[in-house]
Write a protein that binds this ligand. Structure first.
Ligand SMILES: [Zn+2]
Length: 331
């Protein structure tokens, strides 16, 4: 009888107490790991070459030396809304880090690595200004989220054939990205191709319009083409002549001049070159899809993919073809 009790006790020990003990240990182990992770987040990644960067503040003309990941928190918070999905923000952090290192290797400024203007290099906002623009109740959590996205991806960059890529990005692709040749000319890059992304139409950046009167249109075009004349009765005088492979306007005819889509975008203040011309009585309406040049990662596309459950690495590999995600120290 005693033996039965002993066996029963051993049975209990093996099937109930031991697993319970092990589970407890696992829980403890998990807690320890997340503590370590939290501590690591606050530490700087030991960057081999690009640990600090020289940032040019264009307003004051001052050059500030700043740790790259500190700088990236300011960049990510300036470039992407903090309420986007975490994986989209992490993708933005990796893209911004890659873009920064690419700029260091391909310098534009004499004594600085990069400047704080989005049209020249990359947008930047001070932490103070950034916080002031957020409602008080989300200030702390937003900044914490940005920091997490930068530090959880620390050291990570995108490479093609072992070199940091020219990681272009924009706001909304309108459904399809563009190749750089159609925007800036040149020879292009193998990793920047036309890529389709679903879900971009769910964002406010997807659709916009510019309505101009005939004289307003002439006025705007005259800033570059003084001799412009348009016969508004003739439909052929206001016509899209050619589209790019991504469906954007390549060439458009305004009376006696043919303009490239990018030129028309600049002169008329359109959000992208993906536009249609619609006559509305005496007015001319430009119906525009997407926001930005359309090359590389679309930020709203990244958010849309993250909502589908894609990781930051999936998002990056969706927008940049044939790339690797590697560490700065492996360059
Ligand atoms: Zn610059």
């Amino acid at each position: 009888m005693k033996k039965v009790f002993i066996y029963f006790f051993i049975f209990l020990l093996i099937f109930f107490f031991l697993p319970a003990l092990l589970t407890k240990k696992n829980v403890e182990a998990k807690v320890t790991t997340s503590n370590t992770e939290a501590e690591e987040k606050t530490e700087q990644y030991n960057y081999k070459t690009y640990g600090t960067i020289k940032l040019l503040h264009t307003k004051t003309n001052e050059i500030e030396e700043v740790p790259i990941d500190t700088y990236l928190c300011n960049v990510v918070s300036a470039e992407m809304p903090a309420d986007f999905e975490k994986e989209a923000l992490k993708a933005q952090a990796i893209v911004a880090r890659t873009y920064t290192i690419y700029k260091i290797q391909n310098k534009k400024h004499e004594n600085a690595d990069i400047c704080d203007v989005s049209t020249c290099c990359q947008a930047w906002i001070s932490k103070e200004d950034r916080l002031a623009k957020w409602d008080e109740n989300i200030r702390e959590s937003n900044w914490k989220k940005i920091e997490e996205c930068v530090y959880e991806t620390k050291g990570k960059i995108i490479t093609y054939e072992g070199k940091p890529i020219n990681a272009f990005f924009h706001s909304n692709s309108g459904g399809k990205t563009e190749i750089p040749v159609n925007v800036w000319g040149g020879t292009g890059y193998p990793y920047l191709q036309v890529v389709e992304t679903a879900g971009e139409d769910g964002y406010s950046q997807y659709q916009s319009e510019v309505i101009l009167s005939q004289s307003e249109l002439i006025e705007k075009l005259k800033t570059k083409y003084e001799d412009i004349t348009i016969d508004f009765i003739n439909n052929d005088d206001l016509k899209i002549l050619e589209y790019t492979d991504s469906g954007r306007v390549k060439t458009v005819k305004f009376g006696n001049h043919e303009l490239s889509g990018t030129e028309a975008r600049t002169l008329l203040g359109l959000r992208s070159t993906n536009f249609e011309i619609v006559r509305e009585g005496e007015n001319i309406k430009f119906w525009v899809k997407g926001y930005g040049h359309g090359v590389g990662m679309s930020q709203t596309g990244a958010d849309s993919l993250a909502k589908e459950g894609k990781t930051c690495e999936d998002i990056i590999k969706h927008f940049y073809i044939g790339v690797e995600i590697t560490e700065e120290n492996k360059l």
